[in-house]
Design a protein. Structure first.
Ligand code: FSA
Length: 427
């Protein structure tokens, strides 16, 4: 059968799933079905959010992330599905940890990589709080010990939820089908996966199944500890119309160890703030990575509230006591080395494709990641260049050497079971 006539089922209609559906249909596939427990925009997708950072420079040794992010940037700037949702505000990178810290070293590495890649702008180094205030006058707090740099263009933020909606619409327009349902298990044939079973008892048959269920991927399959589901914390405060006006087009303010925030969204005037820390797991049995399962909650730990208010005191003190109108935890899934897991599963003769392991930096790649997943579905791993093939391959042998690779908090990954004090939004 012509591969483009095959029945393709995509499990998970979030960032990777929608991008995959979009690119399969753009490439001429005729029978593409996306299954998710929720309609687009799926409220359990990490992309179900007002903003996500769109970065286009990393440290030089993250070269695959760098080249992909630059390619994705073009998608954010030119692809009609994506560009209406991109805000090229620039990003202010910062740390308060002093010039000997690993945070500062990373920041300088990012800056020098950015400068080396011949962009159409100049980065600005900032050594004291007044330097920051010149560029972002909205920052009225003490910015204690802040140092950093400003990348004025080719980066910013995307309206994440609207991007999911936009991709979903285009998929429908191109003939893709959405099924609202929870996949409870995969259906196995002799040496292939032949479909999936939904929790309502229905089944969907497929020639190929793509698992793009993000942190929930571990519910469907053993990943031999390659994936570790972890969550981070999000809060919103509401600004008045007049307050919000002052923030229009403000760059993303990103402090490596304290967290980040964005200009308020133009409809609800809500400003999203996240504190930075190494994340929380939710181990349901034992503490092997395969056993950390997402738990969705519209609350955040008290410790996260304190860190978010501390960031506000340091940057926007007038809002440090403003009530939260939204609190939630957002799930990602880390591979041991933070490269994605985009490959054929080794045991099922090309019928099972994995497109997961976002590692906390998936969203910005949404305009282009599906292009590579679609190539893998169409032609097999040979269609990926060697670097992608190696970095994204099935690699359980790496699961013993996990990089932690996050700043902030107490430097350790916590577990949700140890949290007794939770904070809710005001109703
Ligand atoms: O552009 C970026 O890579 C920002 S990722 C945002 C974030 O909250 C991380 O700061 C956090 O450490 C985790 O990876 C989830 O995503």
């Amino acid at each position: 059968m012509n591969v483009k006539q095959e029945e393709i089922v995509i499990v998970g209609a979030g960032t990777f799933g929608l991008s995959t559906g979009l690119w399969l249909l753009r490439n001429g596939f005729k029978n593409v079905t996306l299954v998710d427990p929720y309609e687009v925009p799926s409220e359990i997708s990490a992309g179900y959010d007002i903003n996500k950072i769109v970065q286009s420079s990393y440290q030089e040794d993250h070269c695959l992330t760098n080249s992909l992010a630059i390619e994705a940037l073009e998608g954010w700037q030119t692809d009609p599905v994506f560009f209406p949702h991109f805000h090229e505000t620039g990003i202010l990178y910062s740390t308060s940890q002093g010039t000997d810290s690993s945070e500062y070293k990373e920041l300088l590495d990012v800056k020098s990589y950015c400068e080396k890649t011949n962009r159409r702008f100049k980065c600005v180094l900032m050594n004291k709080s007044d330097d920051f205030k010149k560029i972002v006058p909205q920052l009225t707090g003490p910015l204690k010990k802040w140092k950093g740099f400003f990348q004025p263009a080719e980066c910013g933020w995307a309206h994440a939820r609207d991007t999911l909606v936009s991709a979903g619409r285009e998929i429908s327009r191109l003939g893709g089908r959405f099924v609202v349902g929870e996949v409870s298990e995969l259906i196995y044939g002799d040496s292939s996966v032949t479909g999936c079973l939904l929790s309502n008892g229905e089944s969907i048959l497929a020639d190929k199944i793509i698992i793009s269920a993000g942190a929930s991927s571990v519910k469907l399959l053993k990943f031999q500890n390659q994936l570790l589901a972890k969550c981070w914390t999000v809060a919103h405060i509401k600004l008045s119309k007049d307050e919000a006006k002052k923030f229009k087009n403000m760059p993303v303010v990103l402090n490596y160890e304290q967290g980040f925030f964005f200009e308020p969204d133009p409809i609800k005037n809500e400003l999203k703030i996240c504190n930075e820390f190494p994340g929380y797991t939710n181990y349901v049995s034992g503490d092997e990575p395969d056993n950390s399962i997402p738990l969705y909650k519209s609350q955040i730990p008290k410790a996260a509230e304190l860190d978010i208010r501390k960031l506000l005191s340091d940057t926007l003190p007038e809002f440090k006591d403003r009530e939260f109108v939204e609190t939630k935890i957002c799930w990602c899934t880390d591979t041991p080395d933070r490269n994605f897991l985009i490959c054929e599963h080794p045991d099922f003769n090309s019928s099972l494709i994995l497109a997961t392991g976002d590692s906390g930096h998936g969203f910005k790649h949404m305009p282009i990641i599906g292009k590579y997943i679609a190539r893998l579905v169409t032609y097999g791993p040979i269609a990926l260049d060697e670097e992608k093939r190696n970095k994204w391959k099935w690699r359980p042998e790496t699961s013993k050497d996990r990089v932690q690779d996050r700043f902030g908090g107490d430097g350790h990954v916590g577990d949700l079971h140890d949290i007794s004090n939770w904070v809710s939004k005001v109703l």
